[in-house]
Design a protein around this ligand. Structure first.
Ligand SMILES: [Zn+2]
Length: 212
């Protein structure tokens, strides 16, 4: 298995190709990869991303069949089933990089801010369970942004929500904590821009260099 840093570099390069409109994969390569990976997989990165239709992980990182272990949920939140999925991939395949991938104009973050500002009484409990996961990371922002700057508020909310998910993954599981401590797992945050197609990575406290 390649290191977390090598995996990160591979994602950066793939995203550069995607943003530049020069994707490397074609149908033939997909078929070949399908045959190669039918018996076993060795995904080099775990992506916990938002369900938003405009942020398909394999496409934005220009990767193919068998390359990425992807968990998608609205608002890239971290609940027990997401932690379990990351644990599974890290332990089962030895994957050494986890990327929490948020994105600009995230509807789940916007909905959470809206709910905080104007609570709807009859919100579905299932949807509320997502909003409740996002709430702690964004509610502190409400007092610092004037009401009319909604776009800036969502932008900061997206970033804060990614950072919170990274922290939750790092500290919400003894399995992952041990892997991180022994430098066998790197967890980073990232934000995808719907406008440019570019992904910006950020470390969320853990240095991106010299780890995993
Ligand atoms: Zn989203």
């Amino acid at each position: 298995m390649i290191s977390g840093l090598e995996a990160l570099e591979r994602l950066r390069e793939g995203n550069r190709r995607f943003a530049a409109g020069s994707r490397s994969l074609n149908e033939q390569a997909d078929q070949l990869r399908r045959a190669e990976t039918a018996q076993q997989q060795e995904p080099f990165a775990i992506i916990l991303g938002c369900s938003d239709s405009r942020v398909p992980a394999e496409l934005v990182f220009d990767q193919g069949v068998g390359d990425l272990f992807v968990i998608r949920v609205a608002g890239n939140i971290v609940a027990p089933s997401q932690i379990g999925s990351v644990e599974f991939a890290a332990e089962q395949f030895g994957t050494r990089l986890v990327v929490v991938l948020g994105h600009s104009r995230c509807g789940a973050v916007a909905a959470t801010l809206e709910q905080l500002q104007k609570p709807a009484e009859n919100q579905s409990p299932n949807l509320a369970s997502i909003v409740e996961r996002i709430r702690p990371s964004v509610e502190g922002l409400l007092s610092s942004e004037p009401d009319d700057d909604r776009a800036a508020l969502i932008e900061r909310g997206v970033r804060a929500n990614v950072v919170a998910s990274v922290e939750h993954l790092k500290h919400g599981s003894s399995v992952l904590e041990q892997l991180i401590e022994s430098e066998r797992l790197l967890v980073v945050g990232a934000e995808y821009s719907l406008e440019t197609g570019e992904v910006e990575f950020f470390s969320c406290g853990q240095p991106i260099t010299g780890q995993a």
